[in-house]
Design a protein around this ligand. Structure first.
Ligand code: GDP
Ligand code: MG
Length: 455
């Protein structure tokens, strides 16, 4: 499987300082295979691997990561970003900001799961589960209607679904034209003050012009705030073509991927995301009407690469950093050295080099992280730069023996780093507290300290 293949390669890559064409080649080949096995479309795979390569090459391998682990990190990050990690609020959220009713139009092939998803969304919205900008939007008054006049059972199916979730269903006749149904429904929803109108549509087994023309008509009549493309995760490679056809014909606003409860690896999600450029908003995870979940880019990324595995590799790598730090510190304390401002500066520089302050601070040994967080007062990078400036304005002797730093030295250091003297004072005070903490740890004995540090 992918984990053991990657782990093997990871082992052969030890001791190299940079990601290079040579040391990433074999690994990238495995990533490519894994994506293809997960049913991601070939052009999308090519694109993605190129992207990973570009992001990875020349990247320094930090801490005790080896190139293999570093590359795994890059793959995971890029995949999450591509899945919509960069979309923030757009993933997993609907826009309902319209003069009521906010219209949601469903599009997709027959069997994709449109009607089921109408029921799920109606339930989701009417029960007040929907979250926008981090807040629940409250219970919505929802009306559903079917413009699928081609299959006699389709309208009945939606009627049943609506009854199951307890939302209003507008009865229409198979003899009506879909366009007329749309007009009537909009009118009805306005007059009866519905918050949301969800319009189910007909799909065909394949893409055809009549279906596209019809849904474009409906789109023009309804001016929906959301036009959701519903796609079956089991479609695999085919999903790309279907997604492209709908995306070309209609201004889609998002994608719902259904049947992720099956054994589909979810590669279609990556393809669809890439082809439409639109966010995946929800996933269907059951035939039942509560089987709807907001889309999580990270989870999907993990699923695609079978990646509980890869993530644990990355986590292992992070743990290695922690252990190395803890060991270094432990060795220093064992040899009777004091933890001084020189060490403190080293630590800060290390943290800075590693980037992403927030998450890395959490990864440092707990006590140190706490102290560092105090020093930084939460404003991570900016404060770090100031702190570093102050430390750099000290002489090595001053850093080794902070007790030497009296008033005149403080003034010099403050002037040198362009901060008020109070800030130098604050740093020294905080450092003192931290040292106290270190001493306590030492008193508690090596074993206890290592445990505290997760070592
Ligand atoms: P439509 O033709 O696009 O309206 O598709 P339907 O909503 O009628 O769904 C087609 C079939 O897929 C039905 O048997 C649904 O129960 C099933 N289905 C829809 N969504 C899901 C899902 O998320 N998971 C599973 N397992 N089945 C689903
Ligand atoms: Mg249907």
């Amino acid at each position: 499987n992918l984990t053991s293949r990657l782990s093997r390669i990871v082992k052969t890559m030890r001791g190299e300082a940079r990601l290079t064409e040579a040391n990433t080649q074999e690994m990238l080949r495995e990533v490519r295979m894994a994506l293809l096995e997960a049913d991601v479309a070939l052009p999308v795979v090519r694109d993605f691997v190129a992207r990973v390569k570009e992001a990875a090459l020349g990247q320094e391998v930090v801490g005790s990561l080896n190139p293999g682990q570093a590359l795994v990190g890059v793959v995971h990050k890029e995949l999450t970003a591509l899945m919509g990690g960069d979309l923030g609020a757009a993933a997993g959220e609907l826009s309902l900001a319209a003069q009521p009713p906010a219209v949601i139009l469903m599009a997709g092939l027959q069997g994709a799961g449109k009607t089921t998803t109408v029921g799920k969304l109606a339930k989701w919205l009417s029960e007040g589960n929907h979250v926008q900008y981090g807040r629940k939007t409250g219970r919505k008054k929802v009306l559903v209607v079917s413009a699928d006049v081609y299959r006699p059972a389709a309208i009945d199916q939606l009627k049943t679904v609506a009854a199951q979730v307890g939302v209003d269903f507008l009865l229409t006749e198979p003899t009506q034209k879909p366009q007329d149904i749309a007009r009537d429904a909009l009118d009805h929803a306005r007059r009866h003050h519905y918050d949301v109108l969800i319009v189910d549509t007909a799909g065909r087994l394949g893409i055809d012009q009549a279906m596209m023309d019809e849904i474009c008509d409906l789109h023009a009549l309804l001016s929906p705030i959301e036009t959701l493309f519903v796609v079956d995760a089991m479609q695999g490679q085919d999903a790309v073509n279907v997604a492209r056809a709908f995306s070309d014909a209609l201004p889609l606003t998002g994608v719902v991927m259904t049947k992720l409860d099956g054994d589909a690896r979810g590669g279609a999600a990556l393809s669809v995301r890439q082809v439409t450029g639109k966010p995946l908003k929800f996933v269907g995870v059951s035939e039942k009407l509560d089987g709807l979940e907001p889309f999580h880019p990270e989870r999907m990324a993990q699923r695609i690469l079978g990646m509980g595995d890869i993530v644990s590799l990355v986590e292992q790598a992070q743990k290695n950093i922690d252990i190395a730090e803890a060991q270094k510190l432990a060795a220093r304390m064992k040899s009777g050295d004091r933890f001084d401002l020189n060490d403190f500066r080293d630590q800060l520089q290390q943290v800075k080099k590693l980037g992403d302050m927030g998450s890395l601070l959490e990864k440092l040994p707990a006590q140190f992280a706490q102290a560092a967080a105090q020093v930084q007062g939460g404003q991570a990078e900016k404060q770090l730069a100031r702190t570093e400036g102050i430390l750099n304005s000290m002489t090595p002797l001053e850093r080794a023996k902070p007790e030497l730093i009296k008033a005149s030295r403080k003034r010099r250091i403050a002037a040198g780093s362009g901060v008020p003297v109070q800030e130098v004072n604050r740093l020294l005070k905080q450092f003192e507290q931290m040292q106290g903490m270190m001493k306590q740890m030492k008193k508690g004995g090596m074993a206890k300290m290592m445990r505290a540090m997760g070592g």
